[in-house]
Design a protein around this ligand. Structure first.
Ligand code: SF4
Length: 401
């Protein structure tokens, strides 16, 4: 199992720069995150784009290809939630065991000669056991911040506390996290998606009423054999690292109050624990978004995979302040009339017309999720500049002025 790369950073640097670097973004970063082209103003969040976990994972994937040029290499699933990065990896001949695209091989078909890269979200305990049993060469790109959540959940399980995880139970990271609880005979988990679901849990803690309805709602979001009468006596809260921080804190507080009401404040320590496991990169990007929306913004462009949790939450913040378009690549900007984007809370993208005012001063806020390469951000900015009728020379001049 390789966890620290192969010492090939220098050899893959050129490839990474070619695939993901953007001179526009780098220049704008050095100029107060502001770009003025004619009457078009871009204000870019102070923190955006690739986080430390994603940078490391992408670097590992490129190093793995370099280290094993002749071997079959597979990813457990998308390395990160960004279509351009995953396409680049496919073009490098790296296949997928799972994920939204074609499945190149099943775990059962792997052999000891194959190389498997574990995605940045990690993988479930059971899948890891299967991979080890196959004897394949494993390269672990799991982000350290995700591993910290796992440790927290394992500790809850060891101490007889049910892990209540604020997250998306379908998301790879949350599935990997809750699988840590089930390694222990007494380990239990329950996943809550939002404050409405947290209210249902709080209500059950307070009253113990309507077990059937409770289990009908949470059947797919709880560990096997979950019994709320026994498994909500002691709960420990954790969160998917990329959730909206304010929601996670509120959900933890709601559960704390319900437990205090049920068992009394003096008994709380024996029934309730919490630990904020939002990662610092997610927090920094959300804080920067909150700062950005203090400006007057005519529209906001949020760039990142449509299945990227942290990007969706940036869009959620922006939507409350200005018309917001969450795109996953510059090619979503179809024309100055149409844009393909994913509205907050909708399962799929839609096309909206009349998104870009074609004349008059315009201030556009821009941010990007933790899995978005600078190249994608730069391409989106350049595309908007072109659609407003400015030339490449005018862009160059704005960048050098
Ligand atoms: S968003 Fe956070 S947890 Fe996810 S890869 Fe980045 S740093 Fe790690």
């Amino acid at each position: 199992m390789f966890r620290k790369g192969f010492g090939l950073k220098d050899q893959v640097r050129d490839d990474l720069e070619q695939d993901y670097r953007s001179m526009i973004v780098e220049t704008v970063r050095t100029r107060g995150n502001r770009l003025q082209v004619g009457d078009l103003t871009f204000l870019i969040a102070k923190e955006f784009g690739f986080c430390y976990g994603v940078e490391r994972a992408v670097d590992y994937a490129y190093e793995t290809r370099k280290q094993f040029p002749e071997k079959n290499i597979y990813l457990t699933t998308e390395l990160i939630h960004n279509p351009r990065v995953n396409n680049c990896l496919r073009q490098m001949g790296i296949g997928f065991l799972n994920g939204p695209g074609p499945q190149d091989k099943k775990i059962g078909e792997l052999n000891a000669q194959d190389v498997v890269i574990i995605a940045a979200f990690g993988t479930q305990v059971q899948e890891m056991e299967q991979l080890k049993a196959k004897g394949s060469i494993l390269v672990d790109a799991t982000c350290g911040s995700v591993v910290l959540v796992w440790k927290r959940v394992e500790q809850y399980a060891k101490d007889g506390f049910t892990a209540v995880v604020h997250g998306n139970y379908r998301h790879e990271e949350t599935r990997a996290t809750v699988s840590r609880a089930t390694q222990f005979p007494q380990g239990r988990y329950l996943v809550v998606w939002d404050k409405d679901e947290a209210k249902l849990v709080c209500e059950y803690i307070r009253t113990g009423k309507d077990k059937e309805a409770f289990m009908a709602h949470f059947a797919s979001k709880t560990s096997e054999g979950f019994d709320p009468d026994k498994d909500l006596l002691r709960v420990g809260v954790a969160n998917q690292t990329t959730m909206l921080s304010s929601d996670s804190l509120e959900i933890a507080q709601m559960l704390k109050e319900a437990m205090a009401e049920r068992y009394g404040s003096e008994q709380l320590a024996g029934h309730f624990r919490t630990f904020d496991t939002i990662c610092s990169a997610t927090q920094d990007r959300q804080d920067a978004m909150m700062e950005l929306v203090k400006n007057h913004l005519d529209i906001v462009i949020v760039i990142g995979g449509f299945n990227s949790s942290n990007t969706s939450h940036l869009s959620e913040i922006a939507t409350q302040h200005a018309p917001t378009y969450h795109i996953d690549d510059s090619n979503c900007i179809l024309s100055d009339k149409d844009i393909r984007h994913k509205p907050v809370g909708k399962p799929v993208s839609i096309v909206t017309s009349g998104w870009l005012p074609t004349s008059g001063p315009l201030t556009i806020g821009v941010t990007a999720g933790a899995s978005t390469p600078n190249r994608v951000i730069g391409d989106a900015i350049e595309r908007i500049i072109q659609l407003r009728g400015y030339s490449t020379d005018q862009l160059k001049s704005a960048l050098s002025s």
